[in-house]
Ligand binder design. Structure first.
Ligand code: SF4
Length: 76
């Protein structure tokens, strides 16, 4: 699943997620853990500080969150 947030595009690979919740800890307005203990986007994902959003994706221990700035992948 994929979502444009501000100028960035965030891609979630749920097949990799292990439900650690680290991303939610840094960007709870963007991510949540569902009943399968896997990450998903919140229904509404307001623009947030892009640096915090990138950090929230970069902390993922299994690289399940990718960030693109246009065509360029910037995380991980
Ligand atoms: S940090 Fe990674 S493994 Fe942990 S909940 Fe988020 S996407 Fe899943």
């Amino acid at each position: 699943m994929e979502r444009d947030i501000g100028d960035l595009t965030i891609e979630i690979d749920r097949t990799l997620c292990i439900g650690s919740g680290s991303c939610v800890g840094l960007a709870s307005e963007t991510f949540e853990i569902d009943e399968q203990n896997l990450v998903r986007f919140q229904d509404e994902t307001p623009d947030i500080d892009p640096e915090r959003l990138k950090e929230a994706c970069a902390v993922c221990p299994v690289d399940a969150l990718r960030v693109y700035d246009g065509d360029e992948q910037i995380v991980p």
